[in-house]
Every structure is written in structure tokens, then in C-alpha cells.
Write a protein that binds this ligand. Sequence first.
Ligand SMILES: Cc1cc2nc3c(=O)[nH]c(=O)nc-3n(C[C@H](O)[C@H](O)[C@H](O)COP(=O)(O)OP(=O)(O)OC[C@H]3O[C@@H](n4cnc5c(N)ncnc54)[C@H](O)[C@@H]3O)c2cc1C
Length: 396
Amino acid sequence: MTRAVSGRVGAGVLEDLHASAYDVAIVGAGIVGLAHALAAAKAGKRVVVIDRDPRANGASIRNFGFVTVTGQERGESWALAMRTRDLWAQIAPQAGIAIEQRGLIVTVRRPDAVAVIKAFLETEMGEGCRWLDGSAFRREHGQVAAPDTLGALISPHELRVESRLALPQLAAWLQSVHGVTLLTNTAVHAVEPPWIETSRGLVEAETAIVCPGDDLVSLYPDRIAAYRPQRCRLSMLRLAPPGFRLPAPLMSDLSLVRYAGYAALPQAKALRRQLDDEQAAHLANGVHLIVVQSADGSLVVGDSHHYDDQPAPFAPAEAEACILDEFHRATALTPPPVIERWVGTYPVAEGRTYFIDAPADDVRLVMVTSGTGASTAFAIAERTVADLFGSQAGAP
Ligand SMILES: Cc1cc2nc3c(=O)[nH]c(=O)nc-3n(C[C@H](O)[C@H](O)[C@H](O)COP(=O)(O)OP(=O)(O)OC[C@H]3O[C@@H](n4cnc5c(N)ncnc54)[C@H](O)[C@@H]3O)c2cc1C
């Protein structure tokens, strides 16, 4: 790569970019990029994070901010989530990020769903979780109990942050406390350490970690294509405050056939057959229920899943109706008015929740290929940094 880029770069910017040489350049300031910035900074590296947007605007601020452990795929994903949850708990108070909610309630209305939960509780993933039967659930959480609720899985493991606030807070903390440099409004066109070619000139860095979210084409398109990715579009809603505090984030029967930690259990097959009969439109729109609550009392409610190489920006009304219908079935509440709507996208790849690819010895390409980045990014980043820098990168 040539260094002769001054013709394309404003003099001030060129001076700034060349003022420092970095150990690591990270492409992407979503949660995956910021998690890598933290892991690299903790390993003593000088870090620059580069993003084309002025501030985080992708999946990382469109999500529920739900750091989910229970329900993650058994084995590696579950372990990554547990570690990431611990890191969120450490980082949040230091970075001034509020933990809005803790734990998870999966409330169910079908005997086959009860069977899935009972089987889940028998696995190693069930440790610390418990079953609450219908009458106890109605006593403790009557405000969100439907008359036909048979009971609920109660998990203590989860945390919830308000992502649209947490991402800027995390970025600011990385800059002020960990000395990370953040270059925004800067697109990366090519990565060839020690030179990173950007829309504002060259950045010098010994290594690079590319965390491009669902941008499948700008950098390393052939390597990304080898994972046969698609993109998934989700519909999200914010509902007006219902007038009470939700005891914890809420899911329902449909979640047990979507989240791999439950859906892979043999007992989930019978539940799936029943849901195919009873809630076909919900399943066709990839709808299951997550309800979380914000500091102002409003509820973030979702979601649907539609897959394509280029998801259209047009969110079907049927998906939204299915989400609100499941909200009503699970809680017996009339949904409060919708006060916000948005869609978000993330990449998916068959059989992988994420990958760390090595296009060169000094470059890693990291993509979370499932809807789990807020729940796994910090632990994935520790792995990437250990892989790139060896044992010197161990994180306490
Ligand atoms: C609606 C929705 C709900 C979700 N809910 C949850 C949840 O509750 N819990 C959970 O764990 N996960 C959830 N997820 C998934 C999670 O949000 C994602 O896995 C995660 O945000 C991905 O982070 P990222 O940093 O890879 O991507 P992004 O947040 O999309 O960030 C990628 C960044 O890279 C930048 N970029 C890309 N290419 C370049 C380039 N060449 N030059 C410069 N910049 C570049 C982009 O501008 C962007 O800022 C949800 C996702 C969605 C969409």
C-alpha cells in the first residue's frame, strides 16, 4: 500500500492521524469493536477505533441491551455469555452505565413448554435457575400473569443496559480511562498493517481487528462470503409505560423454540409441533417475545426475524401484530400505545454464533453471526486478543 495519500487528506487530519502509531487499529465502534478495544487496552496496547459513522448507529444501539445467559446455546456460547455478563457487571459502574434490570422470567402457558423448562433445569445450564409454579407466579408477579400461566423459569444471571446510552458511555470511558483513540466519520477502505487506508488518510498500526457488524462487502468480502452469511432484520417497538415496574425481562413459550439452549433439548420438539399448529403466523415471522423496561418505565418489546441477503427496510405490519399479540397472550395486558418503532439487522451464518477469522498473521476479522453480540462480545474479544498477542494478553 502506498503512503502517498496526502492529496486526499486535509493537512490537519493527516497530521493527527500520523501523530501516533498504534499497536492495534479496530474497525467498527459497535459493541464488538469496543469490546476488542477494551481487551487490547487491558493488554497494554495503544488502540485506535475507526468507524464511518459519527456515533454508534448499528445493531449495538438497536438491540434490547439484554445480556442473556440462560437460553444461549449449550457449551461455548453459554460460557461466553457468562463471562461477558461478568465483564459487563465490572465495567458498568466504572463507565457510569446503569444496569436497568437483572434476571429473566420465561413465563409459559403450555404443558409442553413446562417440560422444556424442567428438562433445562436438569442440565448444567440450569444451575442457579428455578421453576416457579403458576399460583406462586400469580402471587409474586400478578401484574404480568395471564390466567393460563402454568409457571415460569426464573433465571438470576442476566443484566440489561440501555444500549443507546451505554454504547456512547462505553466509548467515552475507553477514551478517557483506557487512552483509546476514536476516529469517527472515517471509512476504512483497506487493511494492510502497518497501514490502514481510510477515507481521511492512512493510519499506522501494527495489527488490525476488523469488527464490521453486518457490512459483508467493504473489507475481506471473500473471506466473509466463505461463511455463507445472510442478514437478519428484526422489528422492535417501544411501548408507553404500563404504570408498574416489570420484575425482570420477560420471555414466553415462543422463546423456547428460538433460543438454542432450550430449542436443542429433545422436549422442545413437541412444543414446536404445537406452536406450528397454534401460532403459525408468529413462527413464519420469526416472532418470539422479549419485554424489557427502561428507566422511564417504557417497555422495549420485540421481536421478529426475517432473513435475506439484503433485508428490505419495510417492516411487515403482520410481524408487529404478532409481537403485540404474544405480549397480550403472555401477560393478559392490553399493550400500551406504541411510542417508537425501528428495525435492526445483524449477520447470520449456519451453525455459527460468531467467528474469528485470520486473513493475515497481524489481522483478525470478528463477526457475531447471531443475535447475541451484547451477550458475548467481551468474552469473544478476550479470545481474539489472546490469539493475536499470546499469553501477554490475559485479562483478569
Ligand atoms: C433489533 C436487535 C435486537 C438485538 N437484541 C440483542 C440483545 O438483546 N442481546 C444481545 O446479546 N444481542 C442482541 N442483538 C444482537 C447484537 O446487537 C449484535 O450481535 C451486536 O450489536 C453486533 O455488534 P457489532 O459491533 O458487530 O455490529 P454494529 O453494532 O453493527 O457495529 C458495526 C460498526 O462497524 C462500522 N463499520 C463497518 N464497516 C466499516 C468500515 N469499512 N469502515 C468504518 N466503519 C465500519 C459500522 O459503521 C458500525 O458502526 C440484537 C440485534 C438487533 C438488530
